[in-house]
Ligand binder design. Structure first.
Ligand code: 5AD
Ligand code: SF4
Length: 440
């Protein structure tokens, strides 16, 4: 059998990181990546179930290619969606051959290699399998490294603890080893991934937390940037902020989902912090790290969210001035606590609240980007622009994308760039004359 695969990924960075790992594993097992689904003998979709819309997308992707079944294409659905709805999905997509939960993705090469036509293989269930150990270095300058799986928080709207299981922290040795090997191959930046990275180590017998892990990673020679997502406001400690403030290698970026500006709704969401506590975290972070970028998530239309609750969220977002905000409309998820509550906010009202926040945030994000004009920023160069070969793209220490013109290859280097403008969330500038003359 010709062994070619095509992977389509939906959802969060964890899914993309798992897709990248699966790619490597398949290649190591003799598979070649196909340019499009039509050329693949195995068509793999990695699905997200956080909202109904995301789930619909993966299902319609697999449906849209069902005519390939007659050529013998093996259809595989992997990720959260597979774990949550195995029976329902098999009814909806009768042409599926393999259904594989997020914790079983490493098994896919073996499943495909031993696949017998006409047999449905289901590999789903708990979080008991080890992390996918393989070296991945996407574009070679940056790599995503999962440090935890699952989540213990049980926010009342969230399906993640059911789709991905309870918290499981990856052994520090395995993380360090993977980053060191990546750096030897040219990686200069890592993004540590977890639903709540601050929970890292809570399941270890020994006393070892996220700050300890960061300190070890900081000692890796040749690594220039360390980023992490996401942090839970409740667990964002002063200890962590202190390490960030003292180390220029750690990105000045915190992604701390707020979700709501109403204490009543936060309680119903089981978020375990109050508006006052959140304000305190942001204030401390900005005091200790003045150039920090804080980004967040908001959910509108949670069951029982009144106009008053929404106004509190709106005013808080206005006051907090996040660098960026991801706004979601509440979507009821089976198995969660909130699923049993009536979905009281009408679709149009959710849409209105979403739009109001989006419009305000757009203006705030733009205003913040404008403050960069005239500033000199250290850009870690990641790649050449696809559209313009003299334009180099990288990111500032806050993780903001930035572009500048240069005629030599600067990938993997930190370049001082004077910012001149911004457009569509990207800063543009030119190499700083002073630091250029110092280099000569
Ligand atoms: N409906 C809408 N948004 C959700 N999120 C998580 N679960 C749901 C849901 N049921 C959002 C939260 C989270 C982000 C990753 O997705 O805002 O922070
Ligand atoms: Fe879901 Fe809450 Fe865990 Fe985030 S912290 S993954 S929102 S349960």
């Amino acid at each position: 059998m010709k062994k070619t695969f095509f992977i389509r990924t939906y959802g969060c960075q964890m899914n993309f990181s798992e897709a990248e790992r699966l790619r490597q594993l398949l290649k190591m097992s003799g598979w070649k990546e196909a340019e499009n689904p039509e050329l693949a003998t195995a068509l793999i979709a990695i699905g997200c179930s956080v909202r109904q819309k995301a789930e619909n997308r993966v299902i319609s992707f697999l449906k849209s290619y069902k005519n390939l079944k007659k050529n013998g294409t093996i259809f595989c659905l992997a990720g959260c969606t597979a774990n949550l709805h195995r029976e329902k999905i098999l009814k909806q997509l009768p042409h599926l051959d393999v259904v594989c939960g997020p914790n079983h993705i490493a098994k896919i090469p073996e499943i495909l290699n031993n696949y017998t036509a006409g047999k449905i293989v289901v590999a789903t269930g708990e979080n008991d399998l080890p992390f996918i150990e393989c070296i991945v270095s996407g574009n070679n300058i940056s790599m995503m490294v999962p440090i935890t799986k699952g989540c213990n928080n049980f926010c009342s709207y969230c399906v993640v603890p059911f789709a991905r299981g309870r918290l499981q922290s990856r052994q520090p040795e395995s993380i360090i080893e993977e980053i060191k090997t990546g750096v030897e191959k040219g990686v200069r930046a890592v993004t540590l991934l977890g639903q709540n990275v601050n929970e890292y180590g809570q399941d270890f017998l020994q006393n070892y937390d996220f700050s300890d892990l960061l300190c070890e990673i900081l000692r890796i020679d040749g690594l220039l940037r360390i980023e992490f997502i996401s942090s839970h406001p409740e667990d964002t400690s002063t200890k962590l902020l202190k390490i960030m403030s003292e180390n220029q290698k750690i990105a000045r970026h915190l992604h701390i989902p707020l979700q709501s500006g109403s204490n009543r709704i936060l309680k119903a969401m089981n978020r375990k912090y109050t508006v006052e506590k959140f304000l305190q975290v942001v204030e401390t972070a900005r005091e200790m790290i003045p150039d920090i970028s804080i980004t967040s998530d908001i959910m509108v239309g949670f069951p029982g969210e009144t106009e008053k609750d929404f106004n509190q969220t709106y005013n808080l977002v206005k006051k907090l001035r996040f660098n960026e905000l991801f706004i979601f409309k509440y979507s009821p998820r089976p198995m969660t606590k909130a699923y049993n509550l009536p979905d009281t906010v009408e679709k149009e009202e959710k849409q209105r609240r979403h739009r109001l926040l989006l419009e305000m945030q757009k203006q705030i994000s733009n205003e913040i980007l404008s403050t960069f004009t005239g500033k000199k920023c250290d850009i870690l160069v990641e790649r050449r622009s696809l559209k313009d070969s003299s334009l180099w793209i990288g990111r500032t220490i806050q993780g903001i994308p930035a572009g500048f013109k240069a005629h030599k290859d600067l990938t993997g280097k930190i370049v001082k760039v004077k910012i001149l403008s911004h457009a569509e969330g990207i800063l543009y500038g030119k190499e700083d004359e002073e630091s250029l003359s110092q280099q000569d």
